[in-house]
Design a protein around this ligand. Structure first.
Ligand code: CTP
Length: 426
């Protein structure tokens, strides 16, 4: 986020107070943040609060009409912004956007800008559900510059329970980071992306299981990144915290627990997928026997007999359709490259992210990650420590630039994969 230029436009709604949290997080992450408050927004929060969080004066319509600027303020701001964020977006401002109207600093700046626009509507349920408001919303979403986040359902300030609640600050921050990474490009539009995430659990009895510390943050980041690039996303995931699930944009989710359930879900969704990204940490083995009642301590076996769990990615590789792009992860310790190369080849993947799990701030449960990406032509790209969302975007960037001259989206000829000489025989 460092040095990125983000312009926030605050409308008149009680959710304006939540936007202070967004501004604060952006400023702390090193972004340059500017803000415009409409007259109505100033009924809810003050320019002084916003300016303090931005570390820069906040703009109002008073500034718009002052002859103190060398160039018109709306032109300056419109040209300055890399991303415009309208939050909370009121029914009134939405209506103006839909019809290209401009009667204040905020709406004039929108028309004077060319950068992507993120819209976070907030209003009462009846207002949101009006046919005119819905028509305006569809109209602005038809503009390639415009991206929506929320609204969600919940308790509103008017005591109604329903649609119209502004997206929460962490969801808005995910959308902002995504749009800054891509410049608003929807390069996965029309693509169906099937992702697996989190761990699987193999139960011995109702309370004990074999598993691993994967939380699903990487899977969620992959789903968020694909969604903001325009894909239709399905996320098959093992057990995940509700707080993490709440950060998912509108994607299809398929919760599973065991490796066999994940195997069945991934294979069921495989035929319609254009991309498959397998980030789940699947348990490789399960207890050979499951006991339906909790075993007392004295009855626990000294040695646990194990049975294999099917390799989902290997099966997907064997059954891949020519149009499909297949991406895996290799969570490794020590020298991460040789085993990752082996998995890339053995599982017939287009690309793999070799992911060190023995480094600080990388791997299981962390918000950051690092990796080396490898593709089927032997191309290699090191990814320095970054947020998992940034890594997800860099992975899509990497896979989108794989040379597909010998095939549409995946391996053209399954019998003769295009492995470089250096991979053969390893
Ligand atoms: N994977 C899978 N099904 C399994 C095990 C792994 O689909 N039963 C997938 C993972 O989601 C990951 C890739 O295979 O994308 C590599 O997983 P990893 O556990 O690193 O490799 P394994 O093939 O299990 O090899 P090993 O444990 O020997 O390193």
């Amino acid at each position: 986020m460092k040095g990125r230029r983000i312009l926030l436009g605050l409308g008149g709604g009680i959710a304006a107070y939540k936007v202070c949290e967004v501004i604060s997080s952006l400023a702390k992450s090193g972004a340059e943040v500017r803000a415009i408050l409409t007259d109505a927004a100033q009924e809810f929060i003050t320019p002084l609060s916003v300016a303090t969080l931005c570390r820069h004066p906040a703009y109002t319509d008073q500034d718009f009409w002052q002859p103190t600027h060398a160039r018109p303020l709306h032109i300056e701001l419109g040209e300055w912004a890399e991303l415009l964020v309208l939050a909370p977006l009121t029914a009134n401002t939405l209506g103006k956007l839909a019809h290209g109207l401009a009667d204040n600093l905020l709406t004039n700046t929108v028309l004077a800008s060319t950068c992507p626009i993120l819209l976070a509507p907030a209003m009462n349920t009846d207002m949101w559900e009006q046919r005119t408001v819905q028509a305006n919303w569809q109209q602005v979403l038809g503009n390639p510059r415009c991206h929506g986040v929320g609204p969600g359902a919940g308790i509103l300030a008017c005591d109604r329970v329903g649609m119209g609640r502004m997206a929460e600050p962490p969801e808005i921050l995910v959308a902002i980071e995504s749009l800054l990474q891509t410049g608003g490009r929807r390069d996965l539009a029309g693509q169906r992306v099937l992702i697996s995430g989190a761990s699987t659990r193999e139960y011995l009895d109702p309370v004990r299981f074999l598993g691993n510390p994967s939380t699903g943050k990487m899977g969620v980041a992959l789903a968020q990144a694909a969604y903001y690039r325009g894909a239709a996303v399905t996320l098959v995931h093992g057990p995940m915290e509700a707080s993490l699930r709440s950060l998912l944009p509108p994607v299809q989710t398929v919760p599973v627990t065991t490796g066999e359930e994940m195997y069945a879900a991934m294979l069921a969704h495989q035929p319609e997928a254009d991309w498959i990204v397998m980030s789940a940490a699947v348990a490789d083995v399960k207890p050979a026997r499951y006991v339906a009642e909790k075993l007392p301590k004295r009855s626990l076996p000294d040695q646990l007999e194990l049975a294999p769990v099917p390799d989902i990615l290997m099966t997907l590789g064997d059954r891949r359709l020519p149009r499909q792009t297949l991406v895996g992860f290799a969570a490794q310790t020590g020298d991460i490259l040789p085993p990752a190369r082996d998995k890339l080849q053995r599982k017939k993947l287009d690309a793999i992210a070799a992911n060190p799990v023995d480094q600080a701030d990388s791997g299981f449960g962390t918000s950051t990650n690092q990796a080396i990406f490898l593709d089927r032509h032997g191309r290699q790209q090191a990814i320095a420590p970054c947020s998992k969302l940034s890594m997800a975007h860099q992975l899509y960037d990497f896979v989108l630039t794989i040379d597909t001259s010998n095939g549409a989206g995946g391996l053209a000829d399954l019998g003769q994969p295009d492995w470089p000489e250096s991979f053969k025989g390893q």
